[in-house]
Design a protein around this ligand. Structure first.
Ligand code: NDP
Ligand code: 8X3
Length: 258
């Protein structure tokens, strides 16, 4: 590594974010690790030392996010890399049965929090004419599936926001990448979504999914690319996964034919 970077990772208390924070500290970077479960971030601080700054932050708390850059300790204020990782899916019900409160939580966390924190750090990156913004999108933002409804739509938003951001930032040295993973195990994603450990484990049964370390490795690799290179989008799937194509509903009973 040529330079130690200051990296802000949202959602670092579990899954991808935790693996990213660990990997980047090991690579010599300084990491601000945010999330709601502060005790877990404190454990990470205990494990990794002062190269990691634990930060209690709810991505639904827009006011705190807006005040964030100036509220950080001074030596942590010049963020080189923002990794928009915090996010969640809730439920797999079809749209007509889904819980609108859960939709609201996904929209405020995956969209509002993400655009606000990005907006908050842009002026300092532009002033220093350096920076890298990465977001964790999803294959769900490209390929629809049953029960994906609002979760998939939030990730489609993230993908389009990142591509538009890249356009707005043309002429600066700031880089923008949307990372779009498919099936990934070893995180709390499916437990949070399905609220049932057995059902969550079944999602990965008989598969070899991506792991949080795979995502962390990808990010570490992206950070090593020459400064003139921008990866716009990056879709990642385990070998055991491919897109499923279009679905056709066939009328099965005489009643349905009427
Ligand atoms: P986890 O559930 O393991 O981790 C999610 C992280 O997001 C946690 O650290 C959690 O922290 C944080 N988070 C959730 N809501 C909030 C909130 N309101 N405020 C602050 N932090 C929040 O899931 P993953 O690591 O798997 O997911 C990380 C990202 O990757 C998400 O954006 C997800 O959509 C995306 N993704 C996941 C895939 C998968 O298959 N696992 C595939 C593709 C994309 P805390 O609860 O402490 O606040
Ligand atoms: C997570 C991947 O396929 O469960 O974003 O939506 S998927």
């Amino acid at each position: 590594m040529t330079q130690a970077l200051t990296v802000f990772v949202t959602g670092a208390s579990a899954g991808f974010g935790k693996a990213i924070a660990k990997k980047l500290v090991k690579e010599g970077h300084h990491v601000i690790a945010s999330g709601r479960r502060t005790e877990r971030l404190n454990e990470l601080h205990h494990e990794l030392g002062d190269a990691l700054l634990p930060l209690s932050l709810d991505m639904q708390d827009i006011k705190t996010i807006r005040d964030l850059p100036s509220s950080l300790p001074e030596k942590w204020q010049d963020i080189d890399v923002l990794i928009n990782n915090a996010g969640l899916a809730l439920g797999m019900d079809p749209a007509q049965n889904a819980d609108p409160d859960e939709w609201e939580t996904m929209i405020t966390t995956n969209i509002s929090g993400l655009v606000e924190i990005t907006r908050a750090f842009l002026p300092t990156m532009i002033k220093r004419n350096t920076g890298y913004i990465m977001s964790i999108g999803s294959t769900a933002g490209t390929y629809p599936y049953k029960g994906g409804n609002v979760y998939g739509a939030t990730k489609a938003f993230v993908s389009q926001f990142m591509q538009n951001l890249r356009t707005d930032l043309l002429g600066t040295k700031i880089r923008v990448t949307n990372i779009e993973p498919g099936l990934c195990g070893g995180s709390e994603f499916s437990q949070v979504r399905l609220k049932d450990n057995e059902k969550a484990n079944a999602v990965y049964q008989g598969t070899q999914p991506l792991t949080p370390n795979d995502i962390a490795e990808t990010i570490a690799w992206l950070l090593k690319l020459p400064a003139h290179m921008n990866v716009n989008r990056m879709e990642l799937m385990p070998v055991c996964q491919a897109s499923g194509g279009l679905a056709v509903h066939r009328k099965l009973s005489r009643r349905e034919n009427q």
